[in-house]
Structures are given as structure tokens and as C-alpha cells.
Design a protein around this ligand. Structure first.
Ligand code: SAM
Length: 292
């Protein structure tokens, strides 16, 4: 079978299936032959592990994951790609394709049925993400508390910068904090727009998130922390006390009291705070909330 990065092969394969690209589904397929082997190699996968992919497209990364794993599961939303994947992956017996939306799929059940039932307990996520749902997918996987060893993602360059930014730096945002409290985030390598077909307007980068086995700091309620951070960063120009009081229904004076007790100015904006400060404020607000 021809290489899945060979553009003339891709075009004839897709036209034989009557497939046309959907921009809305973020369909930009990798055609740079160096990228998928590198992603799979750096993902941490090993022959006893399972790989979970989101959006296999025509299977170019799926193949590299299958070569390095005991079993690979790929969740693809677009039904039209199923017969294509049947053709391109027919030589592999260790791949399951699941036709579902990654944001709605029952991930716990998929992991039990596809991995645990095969005696696979170490699962690595690796995907060239559909960019329109980058943050929701990452947050769904991290919040699921499923035991992923590492998550390696191709994302838009700006998203990579935000996800891997230091908390409190100019590039950081709610998603930076929500990730930083759960995983170590690192940028692995950059990928030019011309590595994809059709080429997107923006460059990309591959990042790796390695969930912490023990959290880096004590957060009383991760669920509350997530909504606190979302509220704190929602209106970046507002002070933290204004955004959090209006979004979460606390008295502004209570928030100012907590900031004072932490030695933080009442005019502070969320983006200026460290992870430790955000956790302290969130913990104090959470205590107040459960007392009510
Ligand atoms: N992995 C392939 C590659 O690297 O060439 C394709 C990557 S392409 C950027 C994103 C893929 O995600 C497409 O195949 C698209 O159909 C699929 N997709 C889009 N939205 C999805 C969703 N909500 N759930 C699962 N797959 C989705």
C-alpha cells in the first residue's frame, strides 16, 4: 500500500470514496512523512500499552500508533471516513475505530471494553486534534480522571503557546491554569502549515501533557477550582474580585477580604497571579461556599 502521506495517493484514495474535506470538522490531514512517526515515538507508547487517538482521518498517525502499541483505539466523528479507514488500515489487527464524537463518547466504557479487557492498563493519548475543539477536548480528557499516562497533541501554534505558558505570564489564560494544576505541559516541536493537506492558515506545534500522579498543590475541590479559574479569566480586563463576584455570586467584599488575607492587592487581575495564589484564593472561597 502506498504511503498515507503521498499526496497523489491521498487524492485518488479520497476521490475513489467520493470524500470531500469538511472545514467545519477541522479536516487537515498530515502529509509530512516525518511528523507522525515522531509524534508516536515521543508519546511514550510501548508494546504493552494502549493508544487512544482522536480524529484518525485516513489513518496516517493511527498506523504509527498501532506499530508501537498493543492496541490502538481511534474515535472518528465523520462516518464518511469509516470505509476509507477500513481500506487503509486493513493490514492491522490491533486497531478499533469508534464512530463517535469525542466530546460525547463514554470514554470510561471505551477504555474498559477496548483496553482493560485486553489486560492493557497503561494508556497514552496521541492525536492531531480538530482545532475547533482543542480546549474542550483537552479539558474533557484531563477532567475525566481516566488514568492516561501522557497526552500528546498537535495543536495550533497559538494554542500550544497558551497551553504551555507559565501561569502568571502574558500568554497564560484559564486553560493554562486548568492544565497546569493537573499536568506538566511541554512543547515538543513546531510544524509548518505546509505539512498538512489542505494547508491551514496557521502553523502548528506538538505538545505533551503528563498528568501528575500527586497534584503539585493542594486544591480543596478541583471542580470548584475549575469554575473559579474560568470566572476569574473570563473578562481579562476586569479585576479578579469583579469577575468572580459577578460570575459565581460571591460578595465582592468577601473576595477582597480573602485577597487581603493572602497579601494580594484588591485590584489584582487573574493573569497576574501564580498558581499557588489562585489555589489559595479558590480554597478560601470554597470554604466560604460550603459554610453557607
Ligand atoms: N489524524 C489525521 C491526520 O493527522 O492526518 C486527521 C487529523 S484532522 C486535523 C482531525 C480529525 O478529527 C478529522 O478526521 C475529523 O473528521 C475528526 N473530528 C472532528 N471533530 C471530531 C469530534 N468531535 N470527534 C471525533 N473526531 C472528530
Amino acid at each position: 500500500m502506498a504511503e498515507l502521506t503521498d499526496l497523489s495517493y491521498i487524492k485518488s484514495l479520497l476521490s475513489s470514496h467520493g470524500f470531500t474535506f469538511s472545514k467545519a470538522l477541522g479536516q487537515n490531514f498530515l502529509i509530512n512523512p516525518a511528523v507522525c512517526p515522531k509524534m508516536a515515538e515521543l508519546s511514550g507508547l510501548h508494546p504493552d500499552a494502549g493508544a487512544l487517538e482522536i480524529g484518525p482521518g485516513i489513518g496516517v498517525l493511527t498506523k504509527e500508533l498501532a506499530k508501537r502499541s498493543k492496541h490502538t483505539v481511534a474515535i472518528e466523528l465523520d462516518k464518511r471516513l469509516l470505509p476509507v479507514l477500513d481500506e487503509t488500515l486493513k493490514d492491522f489487527s490491533n486497531i478499533s475505530i469508534i464512530n463517535d464524537d469525542v466530546l460525547k463518547a463514554d470514554l470510561q466504557r471505551i477504555i474498559e471494553n477496548e483496553f482493560y479487557s485486553r489486560g492493557i492498563n497503561e494508556i497514552y493519548v496521541c492525536a492531531n486534534l480538530p482545532y475547533y475543539i482543542t480546549s474542550p477536548v483537552i479539558m474533557r480528557l484531563l477532567e475525566s480522571e481516566l488514568p492516561f499516562k501522557a497526552l500528546t497533541f498537535m495543536v495550533q501554534k497559538e494554542a500550544a503557546d497558551r497551553l504551555c505558558a507559565a501561569v502568571g505570564s502574558r500568554d497564560s489564560g484559564a486553560v493554562t491554569v486548568a492544565v497546569a494544576v493537573r499536568a506538566k505541559a511541554e512543547k515538543l516541536f513546531s510544524v509548518k502549515a505546509g505539512s498538512f493537506f489542505p494547508a491551514p492558515k496557521v502553523d502548528s506545534a506538538v505538545i505533551k501533557l503528563t498528568p501528575y500522579e500527586t497534584p503539585p498543590l493542594a486544591v480543596e475541590s478541583m471542580k470548584f477550582f475549575t469554575s473559579f479559574v474560568r470566572a476569574a479569566f473570563e473578562q481579562r480586563r476586569k479585576t479578579l474580585s469583579n469577575s468572580v463576584s459577578s460570575a459565581l455570586g460571591f460578595d465582592k467584599s468577601d473576595i477582597i477580604e480573602i485577597l487581603k488575607s493572602c497579601g494580594i492587592s484588591e485590584a489584582v487581575r487573574a493573569e497576574a497571579l501564580s498558581l499557588e495564589d489562585l489555589a489559595r484564593i479558590s480554597n478560601a472561597l470554597y470554604k466560604l461556599k460550603i459554610k453557607e
